[in-house]
Write a protein that binds this ligand. Structure first.
Ligand code: FUB
Length: 356
């Protein structure tokens, strides 16, 4: 575990020499002045993309395990070169965090080659399912599933990726009738722009005045191992019922979907990517259309932002990440949590991750 030890701010400062790192130098200055509202939940390794769930009365977190493998920083996300997953648990919010060790390694997944990005988990009939994206041996992201007997794993991967799956960032939501739905999709490195009618091809981005690229949803099969239906794109609309446009960078979808239900209404939240916000939209159906509502989390230090929302003993919590522990290195992030305020109408009070 020593090789995972998070580098302290000072040691990174001594290494910042290249152009890419010049940006990090600026971040370093900024990082040292920021006053975060919450501390990293895990400091012995870098962790990101926290998907939180309550299983057996405890909070379980399924994050990415960030590592520095010397890959270049680029829009393709090559620097996110993660190779395994650890599962963490807390007896109570903000309590002691247990690391349950390695739950799945890319070398044990026959269909996957690299880049174990943001995972999620679900429970059904006493079995636990870890859903994860990775690049297959052709360099194409797909989503796989691995099965465990306990929330913390270990998880045994299915030999093939989920049929018909593509792109990244699976988030699995259990509806009140027991059905499970997977929401997924991410732009740029996540390859959503390369998919048209179920076929992978050249990337194609819409013009600013055209409808934005949309995330997808599919109901899961009873055995939780496949899609029960072809994935369908989700509409996210503005106050006039019009699809959000590609140029609407502060509101349109980029990656990192999550679903929670509040007073029977469905709340779909996600990252806006290049404007670095977590925002949300609501609907009376798990398939949408979802009407844009507002911001949940203002930008954090580091390029990416990724979250989950969970209720524990009547209170709501936001799990998120930032790069303060690594002094702003985008690919070396740390998971955090904060209490969320939701009013009786489901309206969420936006969180500022740093004090003014
Ligand atoms: O962790 C790798 C990628 O960064 C995730 O899949 C995205 O959501 C972003 O957080």
């Amino acid at each position: 575990m020593n090789q995972d030890k998070a580098k302290p701010l000072e040691s990174h400062a001594a290494e910042t020499t290249s152009d890419a790192e010049a940006v990090t130098k600026a971040d370093l200055a900024r990082a040292s002045q920021l006053k975060p509202i919450s501390s990293p939940l895990v400091t012995h390794m870098y962790t990101a993309d926290p998907s939180a769930h309550v299983f057996n009365g405890k909070l379980y977190i399924y994050p990415s395990h960030d590592v520095d493998n010397g890959q270049p920083l680029n829009d393709n996300g090559d620097h996110f070169d993660m190779r395994d997953y650890h599962v963490f648990s807390l007896d109570r919010p903000f309590g002691v965090v247990s690391d349950h060790g390695k739950a799945l390694d890319v070398k044990d997944v026959p269909w996957a080659e690299k880049q174990m990005w943001a995972p999620d988990a679900a429970e059904k009939d006493g079995k636990y399912y870890l859903y994860f994206p990775a690049r297959n041996h052709d360099g194409i992201f797909q989503i796989g599933v691995a099965v465990g007997e306990q929330p913390e794993g270990p998880f045994i991967p299915q030999p093939e990726a989920i049929k018909g799956s593509f792109s990244i960032d699976p988030a699995v939501f259990k509806d009140q009738d027991g059905s499970h739905y997977m929401y997924f999709g991410g732009l740029w490195g996540g390859q959503l722009q390369c998919w048209r009618d179920g076929e992978f091809g050249e990337e194609q981005f819409p013009q600013d005045q055209q409808a934005a690229l949309r995330p997808f949803v599919a109901k899961l099969s009873d055995d939780m191992l496949e899609f029960a239906e072809p994935p369908q794109a989700i509409d996210i609309v503005d106050e006039n019922g019009e699809l959000l446009l590609a140029g609407d960078n502060h509101r349109r979808y980029f990656e990192g979907p999550w679903m929670h239900q509040y007073n029977g209404r469905y709340y779909f939240s996600y990252s806006t990517g290049d404007t670095h916000k977590i925002v949300y939209a609501s609907s009376d159906s798990p398939y949408g259309p979802f009407r844009y509502e507002g911001v949940i989390l203002e930008p954090v230090l580091g390029w990416t932002t990724h979250h989950s929302i969970v209720e524990f003993e009547g209170k709501w919590y936001l799990f998120y990440h930032d790069s303060t522990l690594s002094a702003g290195q985008t690919h070396l992030r740390s998971i955090k949590m904060a209490e969320l305020t939701i009013d009786e109408n489901g309206k969420i009070t936006p969180i500022k991750p740093y004090y003014d």
